[in-house]
Design a binder for this molecule. Sequence first.
Ligand SMILES: *Cc1c(COP(=O)(O)O)cnc(C)c1O
Length: 397
Amino acid sequence: MTDFAATKALFHLPDGIVYLDGNSLGPLPRAAAARVSQTVTDEWGEMLITGWNKAGWMALPMALGDRIGRLIGAEPGHVVTGDTLSIKVYQALASALAMRPDRRVILSDTGNFPSDLYITQGLVKMLGDGYELRLVAPEEVAEAITDDIAVTLLTEVDYRTGRKHDMAALTAKAHAVGALAIWDLAHSAGAIEVDVAGAGADFAVGCTYKYLNGGPGAPAFIYVAPRHADQAPPALSGWLGHAAPFAFDLDYRAGAGIERMRVGTPPILQMRALDCALDIWDSVDMAALRARSIELSERFIAGVEAACPTLTLASPRDPQNRGSQVSFRFDQGYAAMQALIDRGLIGDFRAPDIMRFGFTPLYLDEADIDRAIEIIADVIDNALWDQPQYMERKAVT
Ligand SMILES: *Cc1c(COP(=O)(O)O)cnc(C)c1O
């Protein structure tokens, strides 16, 4: 079991704030500032370049990968961290396409996050030669998996609505037609139970600054199934994915297994912050986390629906079909969210009308949920959002 009161004490949350946006950027683990500072002064400061060996910097991408691997059901030694999620999407997709050279179609859905679609569009354009991105509605994915599909590129949990795909079933369908399945776990890792190995995923990618609390700009991760790890051709063949980076050969030779998905120099300061966040995750049982997330989300939905009939639930009502976020539609959603933030409840807004709230049991409890419901009821029922200062759109919503 997991002691969620104990994990809550390990995070810094500003006074007077209820934070329902850990699905976008997790809060600061209390130990992170000292850990990063120590890396700066004792390692970078004192060790200089010898830190790569002495302080274990070079091994960090794999070590962190394994700790994330436990949270997503990956086999040890098959996850590596580095770069950003958009880059990892590119790597997974380019490798998977190269492994299905006789096919040209990438299947995704209209609920996928734009960066995944944009990266795909860019790669399709670069490849030319009849490659195509085929987009269908999320509920039509299963029937759209036909025998011309090379790769399915799906995000398990929809960033807007929280709708959750059935990873095992869709992966099985992809395999049945000879396609490969890539899963984006941006809203799954640290949010719900994931079993990439059990589901048979071929590739999985995700970020660490959302539910995993690695901090703004924390590195992404990539998983390649053991059966493909030594075959998947790396498209971004940087020197740190080479079999022998310090041989400085003129020709690229892919490293063993998942190491080939490394590209260049890892961001050590960011990785130390992530390391610190993963110390907390080491104590967490994912089944207990999921149960707690459902409890908190159900309490929130019941409270908001009872208090605010003008808000419409945009997320699946059955918690088994949801990730760890709840969204409501409201036509003045942007202004309403600004008014909530002004009163200490932080969620976010996704165009055109989605008010989004993330549920993160590591640092939220019933009192936070009840406070959130009170603030929402006040803002919506008294139209407190109807002020000019809440209408003006900021760059980041
Ligand atoms: C958050 C998110 C991203 C963001 O990619 P970055 O490269 O980290 O900016 C990409 N895809 C999905 C599905 C996301 O939810």
